[in-house]
Design a protein around this ligand. Structure first.
Ligand code: HPA
Length: 238
């Protein structure tokens, strides 16, 4: 299925990117993971500074690349990774705001499904609403890894929103929360829809950086620790 490379946004040759790709929003996070967790690393993308790297974790080949922020950006990179580079497992790692009183800052949320306020999924022009769901195989592995690490984790629905600085954040959060949605982020719906369209497996693993209900935020040291837990869960399912 892989074809037509390089793409407009990824300047890599076929075979430069592993079947499994971790996708943090921030390309400097991708570099941090490559520098600190992977061996034998080769950088495969410099275009737009959306850095991508391939290396080995526990002898398994894995890539890590920035996705940017929002469904359009995640939509572009995950589409090219799946349709042009033939990537099979795409795992978003990122932060989210909690909209559920039981989901505390620093907790991990694994996105079983993703609602969205973005138009991205509608643009597949299906004759109804598509349910953006994760790969059950990847979910099972992530849950096992979270159990083994003894971290606080939740599995459920998340919201991929388009407007970070919404005027109605709190009212909207309460409405989504009343439907059982756990947390808000900005990219997973596009990732799950693209993975479904391309026959790939996808999963979103999030750490809670703030509570939209209480305004509580993590310190940078806390963010670092919960980021490490999330990343280790993602790497352990590679
Ligand atoms: N909205 C969207 N994305 C986020 C948030 C939020 O409140 N917090 C962390 N990532």
């Amino acid at each position: 299925m892989a074809a037509n490379v390089p793409t407009p946004h990824i300047d890599a040759a076929l075979g430069d990117i592993a079947e499994t790709v971790l996708l943090p929003g921030d390309p400097l996070r991708a570099k941090y993971i490559a520098d600190n967790y992977l061996e034998d690393v080769k950088q495969f993308n410099f275009t737009r500074n959306m850095f991508g790297f391939t290396g080995y974790y526990n002898k398994k080949r894995v890539s890590v690349m920035g996705s940017g922020m929002g469904c359009p950006s995640m939509g572009i990179y995950s589409h090219e990774l799946i349709f042009n580079y033939g990537c099979k497992n795409l795992i978003r790692i990122g932060t989210a705001g909690s909209i559920n009183p039981n989901v505390k800052i620093r907790d991990i949320v694994i996105g079983m499904g993703a609602c969205t306020t973005s138009n991205y999924v509608k643009l597949f022009n299906l004759p109804g609403d598509f349910s953006c769901i994760c790969s059950y195989e990847l979910l099972k592995k992530a849950v096992n890894a979270a159990e083994n690490k003894n971290v606080n984790y939740h599995v459920g629905n998340v919201l991929s929103e388009d407007m970070f600085y919404s005027l109605d954040t709190l009212e909207n959060a309460k409405k989504w929360g009343s439907m059982g949605v756990l947390a808000i982020e900005m990219e997973i719906a596009a990732l799950y829809a693209n993975a479904a369209a391309g026959g790939a497996n996808a999963l979103g693993i999030l750490t809670i950086s703030d509570s939209i209900l209480t305004g509580e935020e993590t310190t940078s040291a806390e963010r670092e620790k919960s980021f490490t837990d999330m990343m280790e869960i993602a790497l352990s399912i590679v």
